[in-house]
Design a protein around this ligand. Structure first.
Ligand code: NZQ
Ligand code: ZN
Length: 388
């Protein structure tokens, strides 16, 4: 078990009245605020008007950056950086899902350096400072609202790269489940698959694990299994949206993975899919996850699958370990493809084997992913092929 420091600077307002304090919180960081948002969902559902009214009545000077794409592009980041530098922005307010929050994070960092923002990814330029970020989450999925990561795509080079840097963690996040009522069935399913994957990436660990954290993970997995279908069937079910929202944040805010030192596996593989095909992150993860679980299954790691199967899916503890392991993978598929209704193969979403070799090489950075089991480029290509 790894030693760790747990230090979260994000203050969370959870619930339906949190925005009452938005103006007060943003003002703590200055007067000029850049409001960043996506393709217009917040305009359609009225959140934009509500937020602008709050900011104006709080005496803040509001600048805006709209059109941040799903799988946010480096050009949006560049545009935001320019606005910050030209206008002396003090604080950034991201209103949206993970894409908006991620782009906002890198705008906040880019605003304080001279070099191009893509250098953070292509040259791994240091990221030791950023403008303060406040977020209003509108989609439960990535956990970006409470973590220090941000993933940016560069369509010119077919790259999608994630990076973690402490200054990027939002200072304040507003988590109001009612702001997710308008998320459609598909995005709710993809977001839930993403949360599920964040938990499995940590749970399937090669070395000793902390019983206490495993038990938390199992609880969160069960939460997603219970509430994702409820939110899909009844989008304005507060209890379901609230459970997904808080599980989404805690799945990837450093808590459950604190004692683990292994690398994640499905995420680097999925980032290659999004980089080449611009697919929805959670969909790619859903297709990959059961194939990865199948590929990793070995006689010497059955215990992990046994615990997963019996604790999360309630599979009969009296069955032999191998049978439980196989059943646990079937149950995972059932949840992702039947309950969430996501497509179950690459072929169905228009992905063939054309780029598998290069995608596999990039996913493991021409070396290997040191995850639940070690995966080199050939292994990754095999997993991709199993997804066809
Ligand atoms: O752009 P708008 O118009 O807002 O519409 C979005 C978008 O089309 C829509 N949406 C969001 N909130 C809504 C809504 N529609 C109706 N009502 C609402 N309340 O949903 C669509 C998807 O939004 P997006 O932000 O792209 O989704 P998500 O939150 O899943 O973010 C995905 C991005 O985050 C990255 C992914 O790779 C991907 O680029 N990730 C970030 C991580 C992190 N920062 O730690 C970790 C994750 O593993 C992930 O890699
Ligand atoms: Zn993810």
């Amino acid at each position: 078990m790894k030693n760790f420091i747990y230090d979260i600077c994000t203050k969370v307002y959870f619930g339906s009245d949190g925005l009452d304090c938005l103006g007060k919180e943003v003002k703590r960081f200055g007067k000029k605020v850049l409001l960043c948002y996506g393709g217009g969902s917040i305009i359609k559902n009225g959140l934009y008007d509500k937020i602008v009214a709050i900011l104006n009545s709080s005496g803040l000077e509001v600048f805006t950056l709209s059109g941040i794409e799903p799988n946010p592009r480096i050009n949006s980041v560049r545009e935001g950086v320019k606005i910050c530098k030209t206008n002396g922005i003090d604080v950034l307010l991201a209103v949206g899902g993970g894409s908006t929050i991620d782009a906002t994070k890198w705008i906040a960092a880019g605003a304080l350096v001279e070099h191009d923002a893509w250098d953070f990814f292509s040259k791994w330029s240091p990221c030791d400072k950023a403008l303060p970020i406040v977020s209003v989450l509108t989609l439960s999925a990535t956990g970006s609202e409470m973590n220090a990561g941000g993933v940016i795509s560069n369509p010119d080079t077919n790259e999608k790269i994630g990076r973690i840097a402490y200054p990027l963690r939002p200072k304040v996040s507003f988590l109001d489940p009612t702001n997710t009522f308008t998320v459609n069935r598909y995005q709710t399913a993809c977001g839930s698959a993403d949360i599920f994957s964040h938990l499995l990436e940590v749970y399937f660990a090669p070395n000793d694990t902390m019983f206490m954290l495993d038990t938390f993970i199992e609880g969160m997995l069960k939460t997603v299994i219970k509430y994702a279908p409820v939110a899909m069937a009844t989008p304005d079910n507060y209890e379901a949206r609230a459970n997904l929202m808080w599980a989404g944040s805690w799945a990837i805010n450093g808590f459950v993975g604190a004692d683990k030192s292994h690398e994640w596996s499905c995420h680097p593989m999925e980032h290659e899919l999004s980089a080449f095909y611009d697919i929805t992150h959670g969909l790619g993860l859903a297709i990959l996850t059961p194939r990865w679980l199948t590929y990793c299954l070995k006689d010497d790691n059955l215990d992990r699958y046994y615990r997963y199967g019996t604790e999360v899916f309630g599979i009969d503890k009296n069955l032999d370990k191998k049978s439980v392991a196989l059943l646990s993978i079937e149950k995972t598929k059932e949840f992702l493809f039947n309950t969430l209704g996501l497509d179950d193969t690459f072929t169905k979403i228009g992905i063939d084997d054309k780029h598998f070799k290069i995608m596999a090489k990039k996913a493991c950075e021409d070396s290997f992913i040191n995850g639940f089991i070690k995966l080199d480029a050939a292994d990754i290509e095999n997993i991709f092929k199993a997804c066809l």
